[in-house]
Design a protein around this ligand. Structure first.
Ligand SMILES: *[C@@H]1O[C@H](CO)[C@@H](O)[C@H](O)[C@H]1NC(C)=O
Ligand SMILES: *[C@@H]1O[C@H](CO)[C@@H](O)[C@H](O)[C@H]1NC(C)=O
Ligand SMILES: *[C@@H]1O[C@H](CO)[C@@H](O)[C@H](O)[C@H]1NC(C)=O
Length: 576
């Protein structure tokens, strides 16, 4: 394979000065972060607590100029256990201040753990949190918590309802499968509704509850009877999206201009379906049932689980967060002292076709872009690779779009080949095809032995072109004991009329990729042993036999996000 170099066309630094206070945060972050040689897998701009175990994002919301993120957290170690709601706040969803834990076991209704849940903004804007408590009998019950003092801009303290538990497992439901209440929505009848995830007779389900006062709840039944035989639906999410609209829709809105999304987490993935929800009858008519194969709709075809959306009234958008777990072993997590990341917050909309959602990193992510390199209109011959020079390849944001001119040479695949993940597993980056594999090689070592490939194949199936997107982790690390599964999904674009675009957010041990402008997303966790820090490289490659064209490439070094405990800030202030 020949190697070429891309010229640095534009080069500038966004000189954002850090204030004294903020500089202090930066210092705190760096001690634990990626620059440190014994912590090569800490990220620079993805959300993660300073140490310990983190899983599901919980109850995100926007209130009085401040974004709140809670998450499942073990205060005592790097493995799952002792679960509480940790709490962080932000003005921009990128830089965060970590506060004291917000919800932790205090009573018989949650003495064995405070598990996932959601926030609802009540009329007037006051937030209310519903979460699952593990009670004295180890049953899963639903509890309510409210801010102690709504004048506290950071809403640091939360008080629990004296009526807890408000919802207990209904007769016939396994008390171990009854959790993760959704954000509530309000119908025209002014009654509130929410869903609780469950499983009944070998099928996942979401049980609908209704309340006039937010305190006393009655069961209505399943929102929709899925025929898919799945594990319990964890962390259900149910919300409207606008048809043909760039603006998001508030959770209680519904009408001819909306469709509803039902998301459920099972089998280690976040699956969603679209349908029409009638708030008068509480009927949800779906377009398709859940499909467990990777040809069904998923938020992400790699790692992404237990996600949650919220409506951001400040910018009229719906934002999606997901938990990205580790691919290394428990013992490595204990050694590292931490486990789990949150995805970059993603803006979510209904695609123009109305058949699926599209996701894109929130605009604020671009504030971290520093040095830029660009290239225009370059041929990428079959069997070649081009290094992207001049940026920090281990902490970068890259957008590239490809043009395919020789579509007639696309390989034909069996019309029965429907599982994209299986296709990607046989068509890895090191197998030469025709129109593909072409894409990016991230976190590449000097000797090219380590690399994570995110790439496309243009294929022909039943006389039509299909675009396959893959993420191949098989060579991501020379170390063993890692999950190096190859991921894949189809991208709903027509290569005859559209360019094939890819954006990847690379951050030391995570590669979060958005294909076809966010139609297909794949997130991977990788642990290179050589391609660490400034030893990492980035390439554009084409390992097909047919040439493609890079119509445009832009790549940026990414600055560190500032994520630090509040106590440091206080200390700094008093010492001034
Ligand atoms: C509520 O918070 C405000 C603002 O931080 C503070 O001034 C006030 O003293 C607090 N009230 C109580 C009862 O703690
Ligand atoms: C987390 O990652 C492991 C290994 O990569 C995977 O097998 C597991 O299913 C994941 N867990 C969840 C809940 O996604
Ligand atoms: C391209 O294919 C060849 C032959 O299979 C393989 O040796 C090489 O590693 C591949 N290149 C990439 C970037 O995967």
């Amino acid at each position: 394979m020949k190697l070429f170099l891309i010229y640095v066309v534009g080069l500038f630094c966004a000189g954002v000065g850090y204030g004294a206070e903020v500089g202090d945060f930066d210092h705190v972050q760096r001690n634990l972060q990626s620059d440190s040689t014994d912590q090569p897998y800490r990220t620079g701009y993805h959300f993660q607590p300073p140490r310990n175990w983190m899983n599901d994002p919980n109850g995100p919301f926007y209130h009085n100029g401040v974004y709140h993120l809670f998450y499942q957290y073990n205060p005592y170690g790097a493995v799952w256990g002792n679960i509480v709601w940790a709490h962080s706040v932000s003005y921009d969803l990128i830089n965060w201040v970590n506060l004291e834990d917000a919800i932790y076991p205090t009573g018989p209704f949650d003495v064995n753990g405070c598990w996932s849940g959601s926030a609802t903004l009540l009329p007037g804007g006051k937030p209310a949190i519903f979460y699952t408590g593990i009670d004295v009998k180890n049953r899963q019950v639903q509890n309510l918590a409210m801010p102690k003092n709504t004048s506290d801009p950071l809403l640091r303290e939360w008080v629990k309802s004296t009526h807890n538990p408000l919802i207990t497992p209904p007769y016939g439901t396994d008390p171990n499968f009854f959790r993760d209440p959704t954000t509530a929505w309000q119908g025209e009848d002014k009654a509130w509704r929410l869903l609780v995830g469950s499983q009944i007779k070998g099928r996942g389900t979401a049980i609908l509850y209704k309340s006039k006062d937010f305190v006393s709840w009655s069961m209505i039944g399943s929102l929709f009877n899925s025929l898919a035989e799945t594990d319990m639906w964890e962390c259900p999410d149910f919300y409207p999206v606008g048809i043909n609209s760039m603006n998001a829709v508030e959770t209680s809105d519904q009408g001819e201009w909306t469709k509803h999304v039902l998301k459920a987490s099972f089998n280690s993935h976040d699956y969603y379906i679209l349908g029409n929800y009638d708030m008068k009858t509480d009927r949800f008519s779906v377009e398709n049932d859940f499909t467990v194969s990777s040809s069904g709709l998923r938020y992400d075809y790699g790692k992404f689980y237990a996600s949650k959306t919220f409506y951001d009234s400040a910018k009229e958008r719906r934002i999606l967060w997901g938990w990205i777990n580790e691919s290394d072993s428990k013992s490595s997590d204990i050694k590292k002292g931490w486990s789990g990341l949150q995805s970059i917050p993603r803006n979510v909309l209904l695609s123009k076709s109305g058949k699926q959602l599209v996701q894109w990193p929130i605009k604020e992510t671009e504030k971290l872009r520093a040095k830029e390199v660009t290239a225009l209109s370059k041929d990428l011959k079959g069997g070649s690779a081009v290094e992207v020079l001049g940026i920090t390849a281990a902490q970068a944001d890259i957008e590239v779009s490809f043009e395919t001119t020789d579509l007639a040479k696309a390989e034909t695949i069996d019309h029965n080949s429907v599982d994209p993940q299986l296709l990607c597993s046989s068509k890895t980056a090191s197998v030469r095809g025709k129109l593909g594999p072409f894409g990016l090689l991230a976190l590449v070592s000097e000797d090219l032995k380590e690399q994570t490939a995110i790439y496309f194949h243009v294929l022909k199936k039943n006389g039509k072109f299909v675009v396959l997107m893959c993420s191949d982790q098989s060579r991501s690390s020379l170390m063993g004991g890692l999950d190096k599964t190859t991921y894949g999904g189809f991208v709903d674009i027509d290569p005859r009329h559209e360019k094939i675009s890819l954006r990847s957010l690379i951050d030391h041990s995570i590669v979060e990729s958005f294909g076809g402008k966010g139609k297909t997303c794949i997130t991977a966790r990788v642990y290179p042993s050589l391609a660490i820090g400034n030893k990492a490289h980035l390439y554009v490659f084409n390992n097909g036999t047919v040439g493609v064209k890079i119509s445009r490439l832009s790549a940026w070094s990414m600055k560190n996000a500032r994520i630090a405990p509040i106590s440091k800030r206080r200390k700094r202030k008093t010492s001034n």
